[in-house]
Ligand binder design. Structure first.
Ligand SMILES: [Zn+2]
Length: 222
C-alpha cells in the first residue's frame, strides 16, 4: 500500500472519531474506530483515551493480528474486540464502536432491535442481537460479540453500546447510525401500541438487494 493511501486511511479514522462525537454517538473519549490495512493482517486503530478534537493522524496506532503494537502509543482498550471480528469476518474492513443513547437503552434492557425498518435491515442484515455481558476490554467480550454478530454488520454489547462493521469505514459508521435510529424508532413504536416486525422473507429480499445492487453501485461511484 502506498504511503498516500496509508495517510488517507489515518486521516479518515480521525475524521470518523470526530464525526462520532459530532453525531452524538459517543461522549468524551469513549468509542473507537479501526480499519484493516488492505492486504495485510495489520489494523489501524484509535489510541486509548484520546480526545477526538485534538487527535492527529500520526497518533493512530498500528497493531498486528495479535494486538502487538507495530507503531504508535497505547491502542484502544477494545482492540481485542476489533481483532476478534477481523479474524472471524474476512469481509469486514472497518469497525466503529459507539455508545449511542437509544441503542444503549436496548443494550441495557438486553433486548435486541428487531428488523422493523428497511434501511437497518438492508445494511445490518436483520435483528441486531445483544452479545452476552462481559466487562469492557476483555477477551470474553470479544468472543461474545463475535458470536452474536454472526454474519451481520452490527451487534449490541450488553450494558455497553454498539459495534458496526463494514467493507469500508463509511459503511461501519452508517451501521452505527442506523442501529441508533432503529432503536429510537423501535422504542417510539412501542409507545404507540407496539412495533410490527418485518417477515424473514422480506428481510432476506432487502438484504440481498443491498449486497447485490446497492453496495455494488456505491462501490462503482467511489
Ligand atoms: Zn465502549
Amino acid at each position: 500500500m502506498s504511503q498516500e493511501h496509508f495517510a488517507a486511511i489515518r486521516a479518515e479514522i480521525v475524521s470518523a472519531g470526530r464525526a462520532m462525537v459530532a453525531k452524538g454517538l459517543v461522549a468524551g473519549t469513549w468509542g473507537n474506530v479501526s480499519v484493516r490495512i488492505p492486504g495485510s493482517e495489520q489494523v489501524l486503530v484509535t489510541p486509548s483515551g484520546r480526545d477526538y478534537d485534538s487527535l492527529t493522524s500520526a497518533e493512530i496506532v498500528v497493531v498486528d493480528s495479535q494486538g502487538r503494537v507495530i507503531s504508535g502509543g497505547v491502542p484502544s482498550s477494545e482492540t481485542p474486540l476489533h481483532l476478534a471480528i477481523y479474524r472471524q469476518r474476512r469481509d469486514v474492513q472497518a469497525i466503529v464502536h459507539t455508545h449511542s443513547v437509544f441503542a444503549s437503552a436496548c443494550a441495557v434492557a438486553r433486548r435486541g432491535i428487531p428488523p422493523v425498518i428497511e434501511d437497518l435491515v438492508q445494511l445490518v442484515g436483520g435483528e441486531v442481537e445483544v452479545a452476552a455481558y462481559a466487562l469492557p476490554g476483555t477477551v470474553e467480550l470479544a468472543l461474545n460479540a463475535v458470536q452474536a454478530l454472526g454474519d451481520k454488520q452490527a451487534v449490541l454489547l450488553a450494558n455497553h453500546g454498539v459495534i458496526g462493521c463494514g467493507t469500508k469505514l463509511s459503511e461501519a459508521m452508517l451501521a452505527c447510525e442506523l442501529v441508533e435510529k432503529a432503536a429510537q424508532i423501535y422504542l417510539y413504536a412501542n409507545t404507540l401500541g407496539g412495533a410490527k416486525v418485518l417477515s424473514d422473507e422480506d428481510v432476506a429480499v432487502m438484504r440481498r438487494f443491498y449486497l447485490e445492487h446497492y453496495r455494488v453501485r456505491q462501490r462503482g461511484e467511489t
